[in-house]
Design a protein around this ligand. Structure first.
Ligand code: NAP
Length: 321
């Protein structure tokens, strides 16, 4: 028989939102279980310098910050479980979540902090050459591009920040952006324009990535003129945004047209007792600082909700509005 666990609060996800929700609910003596998922620590474990998280005058490292949050969550009483939730049933309370390990988790309330994951261009050549010079993680793969010429696709904070990071290894980093203006913040833009290894190709899209076992070049199309060109390169880094990790909740919770979970001002989703925080519900801010704030709110509100609903029978059916 599959092992079963029971919790008052189950938190899915171990990014800044998940750890903070855990810290708040553990300090309310609710003994949360946090299921850490496929990428313990979340997206911050594959970023480098963090300069905008308040409280640190000097630059800190993303993986270090996540280690600290994890340790803090454990110190105050969170049990962190190494498992991946593959199914959830939110029709009845307690809610039922099934782990990849086979464990069944029953919980009175749920906080979803599953975050988001990197978006890809959707090209056949891109998938074929992943691991052969196509990447969405500069921290993981930058080292392999020492002395090489590479491109970065995208014009947001990620593309520019990671592009600058990649200049530590590559001889040149060419940013391919579909418009003639970067979306990235001004400070990052200034640093990128001042970096002599950074180049820019504007109004252009990557149509195909060339190469057998490894990347040899990209076919570009100028979206203004329609002109096609080929650029030799040995690496393609793609930073074109993120999609929310919502697959296991499909059809059970209200989402926006982009797939982000809809929450009310108490961080509660369309199912009472189910809360969400971080990039799974936030298509706008997506900062460690904002995810931490949302996680704190969800942790507090889940606790209050439990207090108010403690008298509910265990098997009550929750109707989705
Ligand atoms: P983003 O801000 O959504 O930017 C995505 C970029 O990719 C945009 O420039 C977009 O072009 C481009 N793009 C989207 N789809 C594309 C496609 N199919 N083909 C080509 N280009 C495409 O995503 P992000 O850079 O990952 O940032 C996500 C969030 O995290 C943002 O809120 C950002 O501020 C934050 N962030 C902050 C920091 C920091 O503060 N240090 C670092 C990283 C990320 P358009 O500009 O034309 O839309």
């Amino acid at each position: 028989m599959n092992p079963e666990r029971h919790a008052k609060i189950l938190i899915i996800g171990s990014g800044p939102a998940g750890y903070t929700a855990a810290i708040y609910s553990a300090r309310a003596n609710l003994k949360p279980l946090l299921i850490e998922g496929l990428q313990p620590g979340g997206q911050m474990t594959i970023t480098t310098d963090v300069e905008n998280y308040p409280g640190f005058a000097d630059v800190i490292q993303g993986p270090w910050l996540m280690e600290q949050m994890r340790a803090q969550a454990q110190h105050v009483g969170t049990e962190i479980v190494s498992d991946i939730i593959t199914h959830v049933d939110l029709k009845h309370r307690p809610f039922r979540c099934v782990g990849d390990s086979g464990t069944i988790y029953w919980t009175e309330s749920l906080i979803i902090c599953t975050g988001a994951q990197a978006r890809w261009l959707g090209l056949e050549s891109e998938q074929r050459l992943r691991g052969g010079g196509v990447s969405a993680c500069a921290t993981c793969d930058g080292f392999f591009f020492r002395g090489k010429e590479i491109i970065v696709v995208g014009g947001g904070d990620s593309a520019i920040e990671e592009g600058i990071f990649l200049t530590r290894f590559a001889t040149s980093v060419t940013v391919i952006h579909r418009r003639d203006k970067l979306r990235a913040g001004q400070t990052l833009q200034d640093r990128a324009f001042a970096n002599e290894k950074m180049r820019f190709i504007w109004n252009s899209m990557v149509e195909r990535i060339e190469g057998g076992d490894s990347v040899e070049g990209v076919h570009l199309r100028n979206v203004e003129t329609g002109e096609a060109s080929v650029l030799e390169t040995q690496g393609v880094f793609i930073f074109i945004g993120h999609d929310p990790n919502n697959q296991i909740f499909s059809g059970q919770l209200e989402t926006t047209s982009d797939g982000y979970l809809v929450v009310d001002k108490h961080m509660m989703t369309s199912v009472p007792g189910v809360f969400a925080a971080g990039e799974i519900m936030d298509p706008i801010y997506r900062q460690v600082a904002t995810s931490v704030g949302q996680g704190a709110g969800a942790g507090m509100m889940a606790g209050r909700w439990l207090e108010e609903h403690e008298s509910l029978p265990q098997s009550i059916t929750i109707t989705t509005a």
